[in-house]
Ligand binder design. Structure first.
Ligand code: ZN
Length: 182
């Protein structure tokens, strides 16, 4: 796929449910993908984005909660503690906001864009965002955390998204309904 064709995939697109591949060596092509992912994230007012969300089944994520941009390959949680619940939206599931309970502190192990191993300690918002993006790499989505009642509430929205998933990208106006989009 040509890199300029990267766009955000929405609920119903099977790529979002596929497990992303481990990257053996970070190449120029991965760096290019990471740059385009960052651009897409910023242009959609997001604070995180994962490879599968742009149709790439590769273990790549970008994160920026306003404190600096992380571009990472093969991120995984190696330690976690505490609990926190945050209302999360997902750029791939516009119109849906859900309370998601996650670890409050995490230690992330990954490679940076030069391929160098890095460990990142994260807490609060940043911890939630990393866990959300790492979930994407496993094919897991916020809807998987929905309670029984949440599921009833979002059923219609999900169905509409599934029917639209093969169509053009959704307009910006439909993406603004949740404060934090990841
Ligand atoms: Zn997401």
């Amino acid at each position: 796929m040509k890199i300029t064709e990267l766009k955000i995939r929405t609920f119903g697109d099977p790529v979002l449910r596929r497990k992303a591949y481990f990257i053996k060596g970070v190449t120029d092509s991965h760096r290019e993908t990471l740059s385009h992912m960052a651009e897409l994230m910023y242009s959609h007012s997001g604070i995180g984005l994962a490879g599968p969300q742009v149709g790439e089944s590769e273990a790549l994520i970008v994160v920026d909660i306003g404190t600096g941009l992380y571009k990472l390959a093969n991120p995984r949680v190696i330690k976690k503690s505490g609990r926190r619940t945050m209302e999360e939206g997902c750029l791939s599931i516009p119109g849906v906001c859900l309370n998601v309970k996650r670890a409050g502190r995490v230690l992330i192990s990954a490679q940076d864009e030069s391929g160098k191993p890095v460990n990142i300690e994260a807490e609060d918002l940043l911890a939630s965002v990393f866990q959300h993006e790492i979930d994407h790499l496993k094919g897991k989505l916020i809807v998987d955390y929905a309670s029984f009642f949440d599921k009833l509430k979002i059923k219609k929205a999900l169905k509409a998204l599934e029917e639209k998933s093969r169509d053009e990208e959704l307009p910006q106006s439909e993406r603004k309904s949740c404060k934090l989009q990841l």
